[in-house]
Design a protein around this ligand. Structure first.
Ligand SMILES: *[C@@H]1O[C@H](CO)[C@@H](O)[C@H](O)[C@H]1NC(C)=O
Ligand SMILES: *[C@@H]1O[C@H](CO)[C@@H](O)[C@H](O)[C@H]1NC(C)=O
Length: 497
């Protein structure tokens, strides 16, 4: 970032103009200019003093205005937990399709029956309570993304206990494994050779734009076709299990019951085949979604463990136009009702008290962050008004390497650590980013360990600093030895201590 102060002589005196140039990882240069006043001052320091006085006054006025604006335009629905917070579903412009059809019309007639399936239940699945899990997601890289070039074979075979590889889409009720995917699955052989205990799972699902997951669970025949393709894939590619990441079942069309049915049928098939394949799920953390989406007791019965997606609590949307933390451990002071539920501590208690054993709770930790564009560069608190995604990242999703790049290439970047939520954020001009560093993940991992949960899930290997870009940026390192995957490595060092 460079700041240029230009004084333009005008007939009636001098104008001060503050030009700010921000560099972003996409190599775009963004210019911002702020008029800072006029006058007839000739001495340089007077000009500077004058400029900054005006900045402060303008900042205060804008701050006051925005604060005022914010209090009148808050759109949170009444804090009744029986209401699904629609704004939460509304994950940005192109995630709108997630909205459950008719949710708002049906809201008041909605009755939830957490019913058991009719079939006799196979034995409960027991996992060894003592073995902590470190589950890492690996996404097939997008060749168009500058910071997303991680090859599966280049991950550290001794870092995680489980690696979920995907996303494998579901087409016509079956796992659709492309030739690129086959190539990728083949890379697991090299890693297994280095660590025979490392487990690989097929990661399927994701945001269900096409309703392909919903369609697959709908009836017995469709589920059967899926399970057949699953058995084939596990055998053919020598995988250890499946991770079902359906975002998200709804309370309508019996989707929740059908999801439980699928889990039961997969488990029964594993037992029939006498295979100890794994069955895991990735589930919503937020109570307003999870309550409607899952029969938690059924998940507890059939799944080996559940990866709770305890992140994305705050990111920019039109409905939530202010900054917030991606994965706060606890609520902040003054956060009440629904806002007070958007944190790890609350979500994990919800899942545990709904019937999921502690050793089956694998706590999600992000290695990525969310960026925001501040309305006013001088109002940069948590909760400050934001007008869109920040420049860093794609749709505001910023990898740790991108955050480090931004910090290295701009001066006047301020990093703030909020000890109450174990979360850092940074700001510079109108860029604001909630991210994770070694300190925040160490803090959250200690919580996981001390509370006796089953382990940590990291999303993702791709968004950690695998290329050691952050190592040139000593602030992020406790020692000066550069390491690949510094964030996940930190989690590992504490989880297994
Ligand atoms: C899988 O990888 C091995 C080397 O690890 C290679 O010899 C083989 O041709 C690969 N198979 C496919 C289908 O890519
Ligand atoms: C964490 O959750 C528990 C159970 O809901 C609650 O009693 C406790 O106060 C929470 N801790 C904080 C710091 O909010």
């Amino acid at each position: 970032m460079t700041i240029l102060i230009k004084n333009v002589r005008k007939a009636n005196g001098r104008y001060g103009k503050l030009f700010v140039k921000l560099r972003t990882p996409a190599q775009k240069e963004e210019f911002y200019s702020y008029d800072v006043g006029s006058g007839n001052l000739s001495i340089c320091c007077c000009v500077t003093f004058f400029i900054f006085t005006i900045i402060i006054i303008m900042g205060s006025i804008c701050f006051y205005k925005e604060r005022h604006h914010q209090t009148v335009s808050l759109i949170y629905p009444p804090p009744k937990l029986s209401d699904v917070p629609n704004w939460w579903y509304n994950r940005g412009e192109d995630l709108k399709k997630l909205l459950v059809d008719g949710m708002s019309q049906n809201q008041h007639v909605l009755k939830i029956t957490h019913k058991q399936p009719h079939q006799p239940l196979p034995e409960e699945r027991q996992t060894s309570p003592d073995v902590k899990k470190l589950v890492c997601y690996y996404a097939m890289p997008d060749p168009l993304k500058k910071f997303d070039s991680l090859q599966l074979k280049n991950i550290d075979a001794n870092l995680c206990t489980h690696v979920n590889v995907g996303i494998v889409p579901i087409i016509d009720n079956t796992l659709a494994i492309t030739s690129e995917m086959v190539q990728l699955f083949n890379e697991t052989r090299e890693l297994r050779a280095k660590n025979k205990d490392l487990k690989f799972l097929i990661w399927t699902g994701g945001v269900d734009y096409e309703k392909s997951f919903a369609n697959m669970v709908k009836n017995h025949a469709n589920r059967k076709a899926f399970i057949r393709s699953l058995k084939f894939a596990l055998r053919e590619y020598e995988f250890d299990g499946i991770d079902l990441d359906w975002e998200f079942p709804s309370a309508f069309n019996k989707e929740r019951q059908h999801f439980s049915q699928l889990l039961q049928e997969i488990r029964r098939e594993y037992q029939r085949e006498k295979r100890d394949y794994l069955l895991t799920v990735a589930v919503a953390a937020v109570e307003g979604i999870a309550y409607y989406a899952y029969d938690v007791k059924e998940i507890n019965k059939y799944a080996d463990f559940a990866n709770i997606m305890t992140y994305d609590y705050h990111f920019w949307t039109r409905g939530t136009p202010f900054t917030g933390l991606n994965a706060p451990l606890y609520p902040r002071k003054h956060e009440h009702s629904i806002l007070g539920t958007l944190n790890l501590n609350y979500s994990l208690n919800f899942w545990h008290s709904s019937g999921l054993d502690k050793n089956k709770i694998v706590v999600g930790l992000p290695t990525y962050g969310h960026s925001f564009k501040l309305v006013n560069p001088f109002n940069h608190e948590i909760g400050a008004p934001a007008s869109g995604y920040g420049n860093v990242g794609k749709m505001g999703f910023a990898s740790f390497s991108e955050v480090c790049w931004f910090k290295q290439n701009n001066i006047y970047v301020t990093i703030v650590y909020d000890p109450d939520t174990c979360s850092p954020y940074l700001h510079s001009v109108n860029e604001w980013i909630s991210f994770e560093n070694q300190q925040s993940l160490a803090c959250k991992t200690k919580f996981i360990r001390d509370q006796g949960y089953g382990g940590a899930m990291l999303f993702s290997l791709n968004t950690d600093d695998f290329g050691m870009l952050c190592s040139r940026n000593t602030i992020e390192y406790e020692n000066d030895v550069p390491e690949t995957f510094p964030l996940i490595r930190k989690v590992k060092s504490i989880l297994f201590k």
